[in-house]
Design a binder for this molecule. Structure first.
Ligand SMILES: [Zn+2]
Length: 173
């Protein structure tokens, strides 16, 4: 699901598992396939699973490819079977935030639509893979701090509080 973007805080999600969806101004019958998605967006680039690297970190989410979509209205999004990143927005954030965004979207692939679970999945993955330190978690908190709550998301500070808990928790999400 979308992380957040100022004017789109109240927008619907773009993980749209099993939902009729509105995306890029069109109403679709169900989630698009990778080919359908890539065909409808301008300048999309499909990065096969295993080929994505951000700031020197190779990122994988099982066998799922990533679409780099410069027109995406958020940093990242997910549809069943593939992830989407806006390369222009992603380029502007610190490394731990980049990796967390990707992992959040990956969390939706494995854990479903819950935003809280996707956030926890991402920080625990970062802890396990050793790219997320306590300092990096603070960068993520700074990044999401301005986000207001919406139907889909808690506010930034609330998400941060939950992630701090997950980062420290033994329980695996
Ligand atoms: Zn999400």
């Amino acid at each position: 699901m979308k992380l957040f973007v100022k004017k789109l805080l109240l927008a619907t999600t773009s993980l749209l598992v099993g939902l009729a969806l509105i995306h890029h101004g069109t109403v679709a019958q169900g989630p698009p396939t990778l080919a359908e998605y890539a065909a409808q967006v301008k300048d999309a680039r499909i990065v096969p699973a295993g080929n994505l690297a951000l700031d020197g970190y190779r990122l994988t989410c099982g066998r799922r490819p990533t679409v780099l979509d410069p027109g995406l209205d958020d940093y990242g999004a997910a549809y069943p079977g593939f992830l989407i990143l806006n390369p222009n927005l992603i380029a502007r954030v610190p490394t731990p935030v980049k990796l967390w965004i990707y992992s959040h979207e990956c969390g939706h692939q494995f854990r479903g639509p819950s935003e809280e679970v996707a956030d926890c999945f991402a920080v625990q993955r970062g802890r396990r893979q050793k790219w997320l330190t306590a300092e990096g978690l603070e960068k993520i908190c700074t990044f999401i701090k301005p986000a207001r709550g919406s139907a889909m998301h808690l506010s930034g500070p609330e998400r941060c509080k939950l992630m701090r808990g997950c980062y420290a928790a033994k329980k695996v999400y």
